[in-house]
Design a protein around this ligand. Structure first.
Ligand SMILES: Cc1ncc(COP(=O)(O)O)c(C=O)c1O
Length: 304
C-alpha cells in the first residue's frame, strides 16, 4: 500500500487500518455472509472523481435487501463516507471496497437479530490484468458452471458467490490462462469470475442478457449506453459457447477489469488474435469518460 497510514471507515468512525479489527468468530468470515461493492475513483484534470457512485451504493443496498440485512445507514450516508475515505487517504486512482458483515455475537448460522457492521476501505489500484488491459488476455472456459439464481441470488454482490468465481479462476490460472469464462447451468455463456463479457460479431455487440446468470455490472450498463450512443447495435441475450470462438472481438467489462480485450479463448484466437477496432474504440471512450475528459457523461462522475 502506498499510503503508510491508511484510514478506513468502520461503523461511522474513521480508524487507522491497523486498528480496524474483527474477531475470528465473525459470522461473515465463517459463512461467507458478507455483502460488498467494488468502486473505482480516477484521477481527473480537476482532481479525482468516483465512477457511478450512486449506482454502486444502490446495488449495495439492493444486495442487503435481498439478504434482509439491515445496514443501519441511509444510502446518502454511505455515499458521503465513501467520499470521505477517498479524500482522507488522498487517493487518486483507487479501488473502494464498501463491505457489510455480521459479527460474532452468537455462534450459529442464523442472521436474525445479528449485529451488522459496515466498513469502507480504499486502496491504490492500477490495471487489474496488468499489460492485458492494452494487449488482451487469454481465457479458458471453465469446467465449473456459474451458480444460478435457483441456488443463490446471482444479482446480489455477496461474498459467498465468489467461492464459485475463485475456483473457476484458480482452474484457469493453473492451466496457464489469464482468466476464466463461466457458462451458466443451462450451458450458455454467463460471465467471468468478476467481469461481464461482450462479443463483437459483424459490427454488433452481443452480451448475455436478463435471462443469464450474471451480475448486472454497472460497467456493462455504461457500455451498452455508450455503444448505442455511438450507433453500435447491441443485442442482449443467450450466447452459445461456440459463438465465443467465432466472434470477431471479445472483451471483459467490469469495475476492476475496466475494458479488457480477450484475444484468445481455449487456445483459439478471437478474430485475428489482436485487439479489435470496436473494443479499442469503446475502451478508449471509457478511459476518457472515467478521466473526466468526456463531458457527455459527466453525470457518471462524482468529483471528490
Ligand atoms: C461476478 C461479477 N460480474 C460482473 C462484474 C462487473 O460489475 P461492475 O461493472 O458493476 O463492476 C463484477 C464486478 O463487480 C462481478 O463480480
Amino acid at each position: 500500500m502506498e499510503n503508510t497510514n491508511p484510514k478506513v471507515w468502520l461503523n461511522g468512525k474513521m480508524l487507522d487500518y491497523a486498528d480496524a479489527k474483527v474477531p475470528i468468530l465473525t459470522h461473515s468470515l465463517q459463512y461467507g455472509s458478507g455483502i460488498f461493492e467494488g468502486i473505482r475513483a480516477y484521477k481527473t484534470k480537476k482532481g479525482r472523481a468516483i465512477f457511478r457512485l450512486k449506482d454502486h451504493v444502490k446495488r449495495f443496498f439492493e444486495t442487503a435487501k435481498i439478504y434482509s440485512m439491515e445496514l443501519g445507514y441511509r444510502p446518502e450516508e454511505i455515499e458521503s463516507a465513501i467520499i470521505e475515505v477517498v479524500k482522507v487517504n488522498k487517493l487518486d486512482s483507487c479501488y473502494i471496497r464498501p463491505f457489510a458483515f455480521y459479527g460474532d455475537d452468537k455462534i450459529g448460522m442464523s442472521t436474525s437479530n445479528k449485529k451488522v457492521s459496515v466498513f469502507i476501505a480504499a486502496v491504490p489500484f492500477g490495471a487489474y490484468f496488468g499489460s492485458g488491459l492494452d494487449k488482451g488476455i487469454r481465457c479458458k472456459i471453465s469446467s465449473w458452471r456459474r451458480i444460478n439464481s435457483e441456488i443463490l441470488p446471482i444479482r446480489a454482490k455477496a461474498s459467498g458467490n465468489y467461492i464459485n468465481s475463485i475456483i473457476a479462476g484458480n482452474e484457469a490460472h493453473a492451466a496457464g490462462f489469464d482468466e476464466a469464462i463461466l457458462l451458466s447451468c443451462n450451458g450458455y455463456v454467463a460471465e467471468g469470475p468478476g467481469e461481464n463479457i461482450f462479443l463483437v460479431k459483424n459490427g454488433r455487440l452481443l452480451t448475455p442478457g436478463e435471462e443469464s446468470d450474471i451480475l448486472f455490472g454497472i460497467t456493462r450498463y455504461s457500455l451498452i449506453e455508450m455503444a448505442k450512443n455511438e450507433g453500435i447495435e447491441v443485442r442482449e441475450g443467450s450466447i452459445h459457447k461456440e459463438e465465443l470462438y467465432i466472434a470477431d472481438e471479445a472483451f471483459f467489462a467490469g469495475t476492476a477489469a475496466e475494458i479488457t480485450p480477450i484475444t484468445n479463448i481455449d487456445g483459439i484466437s478471437i478474430g485475428n488474435g489482436k485487439v479489435g477496432p470496436i473494443t479499442a474504440r469503446l475502451a478508449n471512450e471509457y478511459r476518457e469518460i472515467v478521466s473526466g475528459n468526456n463531458t457527455k457523461y459527466k453525470n457518471w462522475l462524482t468529483e471528490v
